[in-house]
Write a protein that binds this ligand. Structure first.
Ligand code: MRU
Length: 369
């Protein structure tokens, strides 16, 4: 997508030195556009854990590049296989909920094992990292293509009134390599000239909505309005939301959807107000082994400080302020699970299906038992 008119991906190999990974450091958005250079496995684990990069797709792609950096290090230091397998363990421990992480690591380990020499293995790791990134772009593009039909169908009944889409957190291009999942149909609609407006829920505590979603929609010229998370129910009740599209960090093969904390409440309000609730996700976010999302999906617990403090930009510098009493405890659950019966449909790279086992396997028969 474009940043001040120039096309960017969220992560790429440095043109002048392909042993270096460059990525957009999202901690500084929307106030500063910072590109970080990542040269080691350690730096990549920090970038994922401390959320320089975040969002399910991008976490997986970053892990893919992390394995390439680990392969470069292993080729130099010896004990190749042990180092690479330990790298996968370290990367896997960075964030627990997004299944794209273990999916990308498994893909890398399987491919690297096919090489005979260290040089061959490094070349395979590089090619796989780039392939994972390219697949991510193509899958998100296709999600946009399929999801566009939903927006077109609503627009055809709206008599020129903009289609109001509500989304949560950032499942935009910043959460992937390009296009995004939840935002891909929105960008496709906007680019095809359909009037579309997005309600951007701020997504406390880290504000991926008000910081990242609002920024990327704004860069692309999509009309949008930032709302407090708790305003969504009111807007739905008063007919101001035509459609909800969210992303997913992990969806079970039975259709239960883990996404940023607060998604479940939006799904409940959507059901109560008869508003279609769609989840946009590439198949790399489907957990083909997990049946019961509510019971089985690991929910990341993050630092209490993220709840008790807020940060932002003041007079040209980054500031953090205290909100809650320092002595109060705070629980910072990163994700929740929306059960399948609240989900109208899943928008994937292969088309739209219902959130149930039969419908999901009909799109992805190679995963059927
Ligand atoms: O904690 P984050 O920012 O990595 O959370 C991920 C998300 O942005 C959302 O849950 C998103 O809707 C799904 S990721 C494509």
């Amino acid at each position: 997508m474009k940043v001040r008119g120039q096309h960017f991906r969220t992560i790429w190999l440095k043109l002048e030195d392909p042993n270096v990974v460059q990525l957009i450091d999202q901690r500084f958005l929307p106030h500063q556009f910072v590109i970080e250079e990542v040269r080691t496995l350690k730096q990549m684990t920090t970038a994922i854990r401390d959320m320089h990069v975040r969002g399910a797709g991008l976490i997986g792609v970053s892990a893919g590049y992390g394995m390439y950096l680990a392969a470069l290090e292993a080729a130099e230091r010896g004990s190749f296989d042990e180092r690479v397998s330990s790298a996968a363990t370290q990367l896997k421990a960075t964030r627990p909920t997004a299944v794209n992480l273990s999916w990308a690591l498994a893909r890398q380990l399987e491919t690297i094992a096919r090489g005979n020499t260290a040089d061959e293995k490094v070349a395979l790791a590089r090619r796989t990292a780039e392939q994972i990134a390219d697949d991510d772009v193509e899958h998100c593009r296709m999600i946009g293509h399929h999801g566009l039909k939903l927006i077109q169908s609503i627009a055809s009944k709206n008599a020129g009134r903009p289609v109001n889409v509500l989304t949560h957190c950032n499942a935009g291009w910043l959460a992937f390599v390009d296009h995004g999942s939840a935002t891909a149909p929105i960008y496709a609609a906007h680019d095809s000239g359909l009037p579309v407006h997005v309600w951007v829920s701020e997504t406390r505590p880290r504000n991926q909505g008000s910081k990242l979603n609002a920024w990327e929609l704004g860069e692309h010229g999509v009309p949008h309005t930032v709302i407090a998370d708790s305003a969504a129910g009111h807007l739905m009740q008063h007919g101001n939301v035509d459609l909800i599209i969210v992303g997913s960090d992990r969806t079970t093969y039975t259709g239960d959807v883990a996404n940023k904390i607060g998604t479940y409440l939006k799904a409940l309000a959507a059901k109560a107000n008869d508003i279609p609730f769609y989840v946009a996700l590439p198949s790399s976010s489907i957990d083909w082994k997990m049946r019961d999302g509510v019971k089985q999906i690991p929910i990341e617990q993050r630092a209490a400080e993220e709840i008790k403090r807020a940060n932002g930009w003041l007079d040209g510098r980054h500031v953090e302020v205290h909100i809650a009493p320092e002595r109060s405890a705070a629980a910072n659950l990163g994700f929740d699970v929306t059960p399948r019966h609240l989900v109208t449909g899943l928008i994937t790279e292969r088309g739209i299906c219902e959130a149930n086992e039969t419908s999901i396997f009909s799109l992805f028969p190679e995963h059927a038992p």
